[in-house]
Design a protein around this ligand. Structure first.
Ligand code: NAP
Length: 486
């Protein structure tokens, strides 16, 4: 078998043609076969971890400790999807037997989720492993049974090529068909990829502007396709008076640690923090973050956007700058704490509720619940929303206002870490994402699956997963009753 391993990058036409040929082979592969492919990729990446981390550090400046952890997260993610495949529930098998005596008579229906076909994946700059070439989108699309073509991020081209070479070789050695995986590079290749007729869905992690441009392209195709964009987020945090009374300084330290982590370059950065007026909390946060060294940002473009975003907010007449506000070294991000009132935010939400990607947070003081609720109503969709309240405080009303805003609601703690597991949901209403799905956790696979029901089909034409004897021993619902394999 030949593969496109010799060159890790290729043209969109070449990659798409190979992916289209591979798609039916992947669709016919068993979940356990694909689980072995994912584990082979994870093992290969772990085996080259030091080399990968060194190169990632050169290109991203994120530091070897963080990057080593990110490789482990990435290979752990691949292995989680292997477990998801062996579990089998992701296929959502449902069987309704025929009932000729029913009125009207019922046909036999056998339903499951099938792979959509070749998937385009766009890497993000701020996670050179976990949201890049071998990251969650690639892992979940391969798990679904879809060939993957990754558009490399221009912020880490050499790492993308090295990772792609390792992934391609591991897949080939594990027996995956030619065309299962490919890498393309360059803006033009990226836009051509989204528009290529062979592509059936897109996974994207990145900025609101970039995601919107590619979402529009995906929608404007003669045959539009789903575009799963994970975009920016302001991640509001609400702190009650009772929580501050329980320990304002500890909360300030926790917030400072969260919004400055990784030079603030997390989509889950707590960018808006609502606190009672007159609490002095903003000053405590500024104090807690004052010792944070300015860090080099991922790209000059991100550093420029951070400098102009903080300057724009700081220049607002109703905003006080408590920390930061100076440019710092070129390409670096200086921790910035801004403070304002709910009334000011409500007068100018377009400026003050915009995401600033970097180590900045805006503390918003609310005079009463009416102001708090009004600001929450003006905040756009977010990946996370966090409540800090006293243990015995009734926050039901507050939670009912946060729940429509975000895909993950946290009680205590800080939103920057995103655990990879079965229950995780990393998503949220627009502009956090363009869909209802998650890009992290077991159910991320659902983005690249299409439901199909077979009516009165002879068994020999059905996928094995739908056979009456349940040869793959899948969990399934039969005539309305959930059956778990013994
Ligand atoms: P980005 O600049 O949007 O880049 C992402 C990808 O889109 C790159 O491949 C880029 O190509 C391409 N792209 C950007 N603009 C485009 C356009 N107009 N037309 C065609 N392609 C375009 O994003 P980033 O800098 O990597 O990431 C930072 C942002 O991602 C932050 O806003 C952060 O909040 C968000 N983020 C979100 C999540 C999440 O899960 N929701 C996770 C991490 C980050 P080039 O390589 O050529 O630039």
């Amino acid at each position: 078998m030949t593969t496109n391993t010799a060159s890790t990058t290729t043209t969109v036409d070449e990659a798409a043609s190979l992916a289209a040929t591979a798609a039916p082979l992947l669709a016919a592969s068993s979940p356990s076969t694909r689980a072995a492919w994912l584990e082979a990729v994870a093992d290969a990446l772990d085996g080259r971890g030091d080399e990968l981390v060194a190169l990632a550090d050169e290109e991203s400046h994120l530091g070897t400790a963080r990057l080593t952890g990110e490789v482990a997260r990435t290979t752990g993610q691949l292995r989680l999807f292997a477990t998801v495949l062996r579990d089998g529930a992701f296929l959502e098998v449902v069987v309704d037997h025929a009932d000729a005596a029913a009125t009207p008579p019922k046909p036999e229906l056998r339903r499951m989720l099938r792979p959509t076909g070749p998937v385009a994946v766009f890497s993000a700059s701020n996670f050179p492993f976990a949201f890049s070439v071998a990251g969650g989108d690639t892992a979940s699309a391969l798990a679904a049974g879809c060939p993957v073509i990754v558009k490399a991020h221009s912020a880490h081209p050499r790492l993308s090529r090295l990772t792609a070479g390792i992934v391609t070789e591991a897949l080939r050695d594990a027996g995956a068909p030619e065309g299962t995986f490919a890498l393309v590079e360059g803006r033009e290749q990226g836009t051509a990829l989204v528009q290529h007729p062979a592509i059936t869905a897109v996974g994207f992690t990145g900025s609101l502007a970039g995601g919107r441009a590619l979402f529009d392209l995906a929608s404007q195709r003669p045959a539009p396709i789903p575009f799963y964009g994970e975009l920016g987020s302001t991640n509001p945090v609400v702190i009650t008076a009772a929580a501050l009374a329980d320990g304002a300084e500890a909360l300030a330290r926790g917030l400072a640690g969260s919004f400055t982590l990784g030079v603030g370059q997390f989509c889950t950065n707590p960018g808006l923090v609502l606190v009672p007026a007159g609490s002095g909390f903003a000053e405590l946060v500024a104090d807690a973050a004052s010792g944070t060294a300015a860090g080099r940002m991922l790209t000059p473009g991100i550093a420029d956007a951070y400098a102009s975003g903080t300057a724009r907010a700081a220049a607002h007449p109703g905003v006080r700058t408590l920390l930061g506000g100076d440019a710092g070294a070129p390409e670096s991000g200086v921790a910035t704490v801004l403070a304002t009132t709910a009334v000011t935010v409500l007068e100018d939400p377009a400026v003050l509720l915009e995401e600033i990607f970097g180590p900045a947070t805006l503390v918003i003081e609310y005079a009463d619940e009416t102001e708090l609720h009004a600001v929450l109503a003006a905040v756009g969709g977010a990946l996370t929303a966090t409540v800090h309240a006293a243990a015995d405080e009734d926050v039901a009303e507050l939670v009912s206002r946060l729940e429509p805003l975000a895909g993950r609601v946290l009680f205590g703690g800080w939103p920057t870490g995103v655990a990879v597991g079965w229950a995780q949901h990393h998503g949220g209403p627009w502009p956090a994402t363009t869909s209802l799905h998650t890009s992290v956790g077991a159910t991320a696979v659902r983005r690249f699956q299409r439901p199909i029901v077979y009516q009165d089909a002879p068994e020999h034409v059905l996928p094995e997963a739908l056979h009456e004897s349940n040869p793959l021993r899948l969990p399934r619902r039969v005539d309305g009753v959930l059956e778990l394999p013994a």
